[in-house]
Design a protein around this ligand. Structure first.
Ligand SMILES: Cc1ncc(COP(=O)(O)O)c(C=O)c1O
Length: 389
């Protein structure tokens, strides 16, 4: 089955819902049982079937089944947000005395969770260079339990050599956890590349319409799934009823939306590269990007999220002028929706393992589904304001 077919049919069981194409939104807290015997029987398998609203409903099971099939894992857990998927996974796998290797280019709230939260619970984090590859061996310790990867980094877009990192991690008995949001469940096959747990901030491309917070955690085997599921159920960060419905609804059109995000994103990236105001474009699908060889080896596509560095010399007021007057690009911290977004990233890029430097101001673009020629015209007018013409 090809991905376009899988995305339409995965987790779809109309026969279970009176023939309705989409499963209804189950609004559930309490689940009642006909007898004490039935109640007690359910205690043996608390996470199968409907037991309590927090543990799952037919709507969340349908989303989880579909995402799991697309990612190619054993089973998926849905969560209240992408960040809840990350923190729920790390909480499930780590305990006091453990060591975590975290990529230095990671999404900033993940960094903060390690530095503030995990530290208080006795878990030590070492940040590592995203380009380390098999060199991660020198950072492994007997107590290293997890190596966390995010590829490409969502502000600086370095591509990681995940198979090389996974081989080392597994040789040392550690698990590999991936934030796979940029690639979506379509463009990177995590479990074929050595990943043990793949996370989606489903808030982005899976929901796709900027109107719900949602996360998914897909696990390679039943043991990992049980650890993650019980951690998420115990900490109470389950996904809401409407959110899982919106995630499932968005998922069905993910591949057609992504084709447009990808095509328009590349058009914009190429156009920007040729502009005199632009020093570099950070987009691994561009042939001259440093991450391109790994991207070509391991990925089957790109979303429309990429970075940009302007040539040095522009004041922050000039960059604000460029951004404030944009007509179609909104200023917003997220990505993955149908609308184009842009953010200034200078000053937001934090590193502790290896320096990341840019001589000029940096920006991040999420290419939406507008006509790309309108987006280019919008950016061209922005450059005129930048140059104060
Ligand atoms: C790479 C990455 N991972 C995770 C998240 C967190 O997702 P959420 O906003 O759903 O918590 C984000 C959000 O921007 C992100 O960019």
């Amino acid at each position: 089955m090809k991905n376009d077919t899988r995305i339409v049919h995965a987790g779809s069981h109309p026969e279970a819902h009176g023939g309705a194409v989409n499963p209804p939104v189950y609004h559930v807290s309490t689940v009642t049982y006909p007898t004490v015997g039935a109640m007690k029987a359910g205690e043996k398998t608390p996470y199968d079937g409907m037991r309590y609203g927090r543990f799952g409903t037919p709507t969340s099971f349908a989303l989880e089944e579909a995402v799991c099939e697309l990612e190619g894992g054993f089973r998926t857990v849905s969560t209240a947000s992408g960040l809840a998927a990350i923190t729920g996974t790390l909480s499930a796998l780590l305990q006091a005395g453990d060591h975590l290797l975290m990529v230095d280019s990671v999404y900033h709230p993940t960094r903060r969770f390690c530095q503030e939260h995990l530290k208080r619970y006795g878990v030590e984090t070492t940040f590592y260079d995203p380009l380390i590859g098999a060199g991660i061996a020198r950072l492994m310790r007997p107590e290293t339990r997890v190596v966390f990867v995010e590829s490409p980094g969502s502000l600086t877009f370095e591509v990681q050599d995940i198979p090389a990192i996974a081989a080392v991690a597994h040789a040392h008995g550690a698990k590999v956890v991936l934030d796979n949001t940029w690639a979506t469940p379509l463009f990177f096959r995590p479990f074929e590349k050595g990943v043990d747990i793949s996370i989606q901030a489903a808030t982005k491309f899976i929901v796709g319409h900027s109107d719900a917070m949602l996360g998914t955690i897909t696990c390679a085997d039943s043991d990992l799934w049980m650890r993650v599921k019980s951690s998420v159920a115990t900490s109470g960060v389950c996904a809401g009823a409407e959110e899982v419905y919106l995630g499932l609804r968005g998922l069905r059109t993910l591949s057609v939306r992504l084709r447009q995000h990808q095509e328009s994103g590349l058009l914009l990236a190429d156009w920007l590269k040729a502009r005199p105001e632009v020093a570099r474009v950070m987009h691994p699908a561009l042939a001259d990007d440093p991450g391109h060889p790994l991207w070509r080896r391991d990925f089957s596509g790109a979303c429309g999220l990429f970075g940009l560095e302007l040539i040095p010399g522009y004041t922050s007021q000039a960059v604000d002028r460029f951004l404030d007057g944009l007509q179609y690009f909104s200023l917003g911290y997220s990505w993955g929706g149908y609308e184009s977004l842009i953010i200034p990233t200078s000053g937001n890029i934090q590193r502790s393992a290896c320096p990341w430097t840019a001589a000029g101001p940096t920006l991040r673009i999420h290419t939406g589904l507008e006509d790309p020629q309108d987006l280019i015209a919008d950016l061209a007018a922005g450059f005129e304001r930048l140059n104060n013409l």
